[in-house]
Design a protein around this ligand. Structure first.
Ligand code: MG
Length: 370
């Protein structure tokens, strides 16, 4: 299965309700920036990263795929995922350019495309290639009802509706003011009752003093985790917060390497581990993080940068994963979409990683790659 061609692509897909916001950004579209890898046996693999659909930035990722990484893959055997991961990670053209950001997102798209190819060549869904199903069902939690841009009454309505639809977990955004966020947290907890897990996500906006004040007010509401309370690289601050509150600390969506995660593990600065195949140089590196988390007996809840197309395979196959994020923006763009029924993800059935875009999605959402 020799690699013949690597072709980048960009899709911009609208979010729910035309616009959403958290504590650090407001967006109208989700960017699906990826690569198609064609091989000499007629198979094509697809992988992608997730962005805020800023076209000039997305063009940089597409260009990195086509001009920096793709030449290293030409003529290679697409089965050799691990070796090719290292080849791209050690790409001499990218020395000093970066071990995080554009180069890693481009790497992620290609690594996932290789896993997609490997599973398609084996004729099985990716979860089967990864060792098979370790759990009967993967529990979904709904993030799409909890944006900061949603007014208080609509937030409560949305939370109730999600529970009626079968979700046993939801997450709401925080990071505006402590007073407003505590008011919203209390209202949602009252609306959904004690049996639904309720997490909060600060997107790294607050400092330690503000987080401590928020946590003191939030503890009575049985918060499942506090996600990205502090700046993404602040290991010491997260360790201090983890010691000071009974609310578990979750993070990982902005960490790019297994080394970054290991430092949080060592310093006891994390309770829930949230790697993302679209940020970390793909599934290959995320599997390493999951193995390390498992060794530390820490639960994994993958971040939905891929909107759970690939992560659902990981979640069915890896024993460390306990729950998976659900945001439905791009699911209908793929031939095997990440569907949730009665609060659980459907087991993917098609060969591959769930990353093959539909012709309709390409026609509707594709942007020209410059
Ligand atoms: Mg988050």
């Amino acid at each position: 299965m020799k690699i013949k061609q690597v072709t980048p692509f960009i899709l911009h897909v609208p979010v729910t309700g035309s616009q959403i916001a958290d504590s650090t950004h407001s967006i109208t579209h989700w960017g699906v920036v990826g690569a198609r890898i064609d091989t000499d046996n007629g198979l094509s693999g697809f992988g992608f990263t997730g962005t805020h659909a800023h076209l000039p930035s997305d063009q940089l990722i597409a260009r990195c795929i086509a001009t920096c990484h793709a030449p290293l893959l030409a003529g290679e055997d697409a089965h050799d995922v691990q070796r090719l991961w290292t080849k791209l990670a050690r790409n001499p053209a990218l020395q000093w350019i970066g071990r995080a950001g554009i180069t890693t997102l481009a790497h992620a798209a290609l690594d996932v495309a290789l896993w997609d190819l490997k599973a398609k060549a084996a004729g099985v869904p990716l979860w089967k290639l990864l060792g098979g199903q370790v759990r009967e069902r993967v529990r979904a939690y709904n993030t799409d009802i909890g944006w900061l841009s949603i007014a208080d009454d609509k937030l409560v309505d949305g939370a109730r509706r999600a529970v009626q639809e079968g979700f046993s977990g939801i997450k709401i955004k925080v990071g505006s003011t402590v007073e407003r966020d505590l008011r919203r947290l209390e209202a949602v907890r009252k609306a959904i009752g004690p049996d639904v897990t309720l997490a909060v996500d600060g997107n790294g906006k607050w400092d330690l003093a503000t987080c401590l004040r928020f946590c003191r007010g939030a503890e009575p509401f049985d918060v499942y985790w506090f996600e990205e309370p502090l700046w993404h690289d602040d290991v010491k601050g997260h360790a201090q917060l983890a010691r000071a509150t009974t609310i578990p600390v979750a993070l990982g969506e902005q960490l790019y390497t297994q080394d970054a995660f290991i430092e949080f593990f060592h310093q006891e600065a994390i309770h829930w581990v949230q790697p993302d195949v679209t940020r970390m140089g793909g599934l290959t590196e995320v599997l390493r993080v999951c193995e390390a988390a498992h060794a530390y007996r820490l639960p994994v809840a993958p971040h939905a940068g891929d909107m759970s197309q690939v992560h659902v395979h990981l979640s069915y196959a890896h024993p460390a994963v306990q729950v998976l994020e659900y945001i439905p923006w791009i699911k209908d763009c793929f031939t095997d979409s990440a569907e949730v029924h009665d609060g659980f993800f459907r087991v993917p059935q098609q060969p591959g990683a769930g990353t093959t875009p539909t012709a309709r999605a390409v026609q509707q959402y594709a942007k020209a790659v410059a």
